[in-house]
Design a protein around this ligand. Sequence first.
Ligand SMILES: *[C@@H]1O[C@H](CO)[C@@H](O)[C@H](O)[C@H]1NC(C)=O
Ligand SMILES: *[C@@H]1O[C@H](CO)[C@@H](O)[C@H](O)[C@H]1NC(C)=O
Ligand SMILES: *[C@@H]1O[C@H](CO)[C@@H](O)[C@H](O)[C@H]1NC(C)=O
Ligand SMILES: *[C@@H]1O[C@H](CO)[C@@H](O)[C@H](O)[C@H]1NC(C)=O
Length: 400
Amino acid sequence: MKACFVFRLFLLSFGVNALSLNANPNSEPAANASCPLVSLDARTNIWAKYNLHPNAFRRHQVLAAAAVISDDLLNKQARKIADVGSFYWLDNTTNMQKVEEILPEVPCANIVGLVLQGIQDRNCTREGFSVPDHERYQRSYGDPLATLIRAYPRTAFAIIIEPGTLPAIINNPNVSSCQALAKSYRQNVAYALNALKLPNAITYIDAGHGGSLGRDVLLQPAAEELAAVYKAAAYPSQLRGIAVNIGGWNSWDARPGEFETPYEEPASKRNRAHNEKIFSQLLGRALDKLGVPSNAIVDTSRNGVIGLRYEWEDWCNVDGAGFGVRPSVVPGLGEQHADAFVWAKAGGVSDGTSDPSSVTFDPFCGRRDAFSPSPEAGEWNQAYFEMLLRNARPVIAVDT
Ligand SMILES: *[C@@H]1O[C@H](CO)[C@@H](O)[C@H](O)[C@H]1NC(C)=O
Ligand SMILES: *[C@@H]1O[C@H](CO)[C@@H](O)[C@H](O)[C@H]1NC(C)=O
Ligand SMILES: *[C@@H]1O[C@H](CO)[C@@H](O)[C@H](O)[C@H]1NC(C)=O
Ligand SMILES: *[C@@H]1O[C@H](CO)[C@@H](O)[C@H](O)[C@H]1NC(C)=O
């Protein structure tokens, strides 16, 4: 196993795709051989059968954080989080190459959650925005991910596709760089959906959240864009629907909603999607009319406390946040367009630095409702993690 890994690193240094080693279907890699072959039916809620896998990377991250917590209760709560399933982000090529390390130990009843985010530059209104290169997307993300999933036919996968891009496109239809992003998005997402049309994978396309796509004037264009991608991918059988609130802060069902506004406001701003339950229903119905799979998974990793943001668009390291509902099937199955609550975001990992002198500084991370100090995006923030633990709703129960 170790030798194999070293050999792979050796190949990598010469630019050979490590995953091609596993491409031969006759030599299955070290998957959990005791599990049967997986066949996921995208017409059903697969979360009724599978639990989100607590992957080893996240487990190590959380256990390392727990090791430096001296408070007895908080320490026990932290260790509980190590057992909570969460998604692993394929948002750079390093992570793409590392993901295989978590696969050999997956129990048969678990499903591995992956977030595919090969479109790194999504902020098309920013000066210097560059349109993603399709050939690179295919070579670095689409193809290796499909090869990996094919090499592990005894492991189930749930994949969230391209968070953050759809809202940028739909909110800026007349900006030429956003039109270029839209074209690229359609091509890349269609490619991914088609490549991932595999019996042991189920896919959800990211659809923003109530604040970014819930306005009356945006719901239909968003649904039409998703329909265009679905068509461009030739109606892939493994698409189950949409992923909402990914990395977000919105409540599932709070009434009144956190940003509920008077109905008389200008029609262009009118938004009935005050919570993610309403949002997934409104967008789900628009998708149903267009014949697009419309079931949602909802990120509840950091939405335990609401009412913390000054504005709906505040997205960075929200201060006072807590872990939300643990991954589970949405109650009242069939009543709404929602399959499951999942933890997509790894709570404790920073969204961006609070240091205004950093070249990567985004003003949203310096707002009054953003936690400070916060390290660079992707880095661990111990204080933030401990805050999420303390503020978790439901409270994290431990044996005392
Ligand atoms: C394999 O699957 C079984 C059954 O789900 C599980 O008990 C075990 O921990 C898994 N991992 C390995 C390495 O066998
Ligand atoms: C997009 O870029 C603009 C301009 O640089 C910036 O103000 C904004 O915060 C960025 N949005 C996100 C979501 O990063
Ligand atoms: C985009 O341009 C069209 C045609 O000029 C116009 O009708 C529409 O209101 C514009 N949309 C936005 C969001 O500015
Ligand atoms: C990829 O992302 C991870 C965090 O998810 C980070 O630790 C790593 O440094 C990144 N690698 C590159 C090459 O950007």
